[in-house]
Design a protein around this ligand. Sequence first.
Ligand code: SAM
Length: 399
Amino acid sequence: MRTADDERARLIDDLVRDGRVYDPRIRAALDAVPRHLFLPGLDPGAAYADEAVPIKTDGGVTVSSVSQPSMVAIMLEQLAPAPGHRVLEIGAGAGWNAGLLAHVVGPAGSVTTVDIDADLVDGTRDNLAAAGVQGVTAVVGDGAGGYPAAAPYDRIELTVGSTGVRPEWVTQLTPDGRLLLPLTVRGSQLSVAFDRTGPDRLVSASVRSCAFVRLRGAGADPGADAALPGGGWTVQPAGRDVPGTADLPTLERVLREPGGDRAAPAPGSVSDLWDGLGLWCALADPGVLRLLGPEDSRLGPALFAVAGARAALGIATAEGCALLLADPAATVRAFGPDGDAAAERLLALADGWVRAGRPHAADLRIEAVVPAPGDGPAPGEIVDTAGTRLRISWGTGPG
Ligand SMILES: C[S@@+](CC[C@H](N)C(=O)[O-])C[C@H]1O[C@@H](n2cnc3c(N)ncnc32)[C@H](O)[C@@H]1O
């Protein structure tokens, strides 16, 4: 029978072997702050599996989880906490990541962790005490406003997804502080480590793909996802209210047609839907969408398999749609009267992505500017839901 110590050692070895962890301080923290103590009742194999573990649901939807260890490790490497740092975490959950942070910053540093739910903060305090972790202050609050009482922070880490970079997080950083957050950009959730380079300006140091539950409270965003009227299918549009894109009944109708196939320059993979090709397409064209539906539908077998469902990357036009298919591979299918125009756009974007060397999230550079009142966006900038302007480019970032 393998013990928790055996399972933890195996997980850490895996994370090091897979290049998720290389800072010895983070490795030491993973060893010293045992994850199973933050998941009481779970057997050691499950507590040290590389999977997120839901700890709270609301109406069948997960609102809190202990994050996937590899994602926690990737984000700690991005955050680069150091001894003596003052850190704010938004999203205490079960307190595991706060415990890891406290181990890295040591007695000369401090960690404040905030959660919007009092029961989770109670659990965080209990779990940290059980693990013998000191130096964490766990508070109940809405992290949308940061936590001004203990500011400024050398590091702010959100372990919950946001659709905007809120000005409060920027102003609560030290002048050279770092903000790390799961940020949704054109439908893709990206873990972005931003360095503060001026009072109202951040520049990304690294970008990775990620998947987190979303902020509740003042920073909550109902999102733009919509169900097709026939049921079973969800549309995730990259842009909101994009002129010249089909409404939901039109999309439903054209997707019932057989469609016509065109050869694509490269076969897609499931990771290309929200990273790689999908991210490239969505940043260039807000008419891009992701479609999620059941496996057993007419279109299902032609689409990409994701967690018991099927998904596709596509582009919508006023009277049509084009989808990149998994089967047949390297195929774009055009649906509806102007589906060919959508297919042309999708093929041109896929061609550009191949010629650019198939970049992924890690190749992005993102600059974020909190605007002064009346200061409008420049051409090409994306305005996020907090009003922050994002300037996004490919291939020039260090990360
Ligand atoms: C993925 S869990 C965090 C996991 C946690 N860091 C751990 O190590 O266990 C995300 C957390 O964010 C919290 N959350 C959601 N909205 C929030 C908000 N506005 N302010 C603070 N916490 C929030 C949720 O309650 C949830 O516990």
